[in-house]
Write a protein that binds this ligand. Structure first.
Ligand code: NAI
Length: 330
């Protein structure tokens, strides 16, 4: 029996969480879920979107599965996601991105892993209002964080039989901050001569990804570029509904899809649970349930191949139809 935390989130979070919990249960893996809520609805009852109980639960169980949480634009609360990653020191955001069977896209054989630094950069939200007409955001990059994410990327490449790491920056313009990130990547690259290392500017990288994604293998990026480029990569393989992710630190790991809370389709039984399920499959691998992970993945792939798909992939299945189809395949 595994003790794990489930952070239910808001928007489509509850729908896709319920779907994934049902599928995991049907696979026979025994999990004692500590279900924690976070986000906008929690503020009304507890005053904050990320109550202490949530991080304490993850600290106790070490591993969590998380569905998305809304972050209001402009005013409102600080991002639950950023806060969680910071408090648990989940410094690596890992987003493997590959074509799924039965999901037709413009590209074939895409197989890219985005490794995004998860704790600093403009994403840290260090901002100030200089005066009524001027605002500033600080882009903070440190040597320590850049070295450890570069080490993570190369280490991941070795362990997963990857051949090439691209450091993606704008070091020609942000000479000091991105320059430091790039220098750290260069330094770590020297320790891994068996992995090819290339440098590319983020604007060119986006263009190349759209023209020929097959030239890329592992992408190593600072936080904000990593956020944007991983959504671009999701678009290459069928969209946000299928893009998985994980936030990994030395002590804890939180598995979550790349997408957000999709307020436009929330509560309508339209959400695609695939991204959340793929994240859960990686979580099962992480906790040693490799057999169940493989069986669930096969059931998911068979379902997609059979043409049962949610609306984002051009199908007509609801979230619950799709869930039931996967369970029947299991
Ligand atoms: P989003 O990812 O929620 O949605 C973008 C588009 O993709 C929408 O049209 C949505 O319907 C579609 N989509 C996303 N996931 C889908 C799924 N599973 N099935 C079918 N369609 C799906 O991005 P958006 O609208 O920019 O953000 C909404 C909220 O989510 C914001 O408050 C944002 O801050 C938050 N967010 C939270 C994240 C997290 O909790 N890790 C990550 C990204 C955004």
């Amino acid at each position: 029996m595994h003790n794990l935390t489930l952070i239910k989130g808001d928007g489509i979070g509850p729908e896709i969480s319920d779907s994934v919990l049902k599928i995991i249960k049907a696979s026979g893996v025994e999990i004692n879920w500590d279900i924690q809520t976070a986000g906008a609805d929690v503020i009304n009852q507890e005053g904050v979107p990320l109550p202490k109980r949530v991080t304490e639960s993850v600290k106790k169980n070490k591993i969590a599965l998380k569905s998305p949480v809304t972050t209001p634009i402009g005013k409102g609360f600080r991002s639950v996601n950023v806060q969680l990653r910071k408090e648990l020191d989940l410094y690596a955001n890992l987003r493997p991105c590959y074509n799924l069977p039965g999901v037709k896209t413009r590209y074939e054989n895409v197989d890219i892993v985005v490794v995004r630094e998860n704790t600093e950069d403009l994403y840290a939200g260090i901002e100030r209002q200089v005066d009524e007409n001027t605002a500033e955001s600080i882009k903070r990059i440190t040597r320590e964080a850049s070295l450890r994410i570069a080490e993570f990327a190369f280490n991941y490449a070795i362990k997963n039989n990857r051949k090439l790491v691209h450091a993606v920056t704008k070091a020609n313009i942000c000479k000091l901050s991105d320059g430091l990130f790039l220098n750290c990547a260069r330094e770590i690259a020297q320790k891994y001569p068996q992995i090819e290392f290339k440098e590319i500017l983020v604007d060119n990288c986006c263009m190349q990804l759209v023209q020929n994604p097959n030239q890329f293998d592992v992408l190593l990026l600072p936080n904000l570029y990593g956020d944007i480029v991983s959504d671009l990569c999701a678009g290459l393989i069928g969209g946000l509904g299928v893009a998985q992710g994980a936030n990994i630190g030395n002590e804890y790991a939180v598995f979550e899809p790349v997408h957000g809370s999709a307020p436009d389709i929330a509560g309508q039984n339209k959400a695609n649970p695939t991204a959340m399920l793929m994240s859960a499959i990686e979580m099962l691998n992480h906790i040693g349930e490799k057999n169940a992970a493989e069986r669930i993945k096969n059931a998911l792939f068979k379902t997609l191949e059979s043409g049962i798909k949610t609306a984002d992939l051009g199908g007509t299945a609801t979230c619950s139809d799709f869930t039931e189809a996967i369970i029947s395949c299991l």
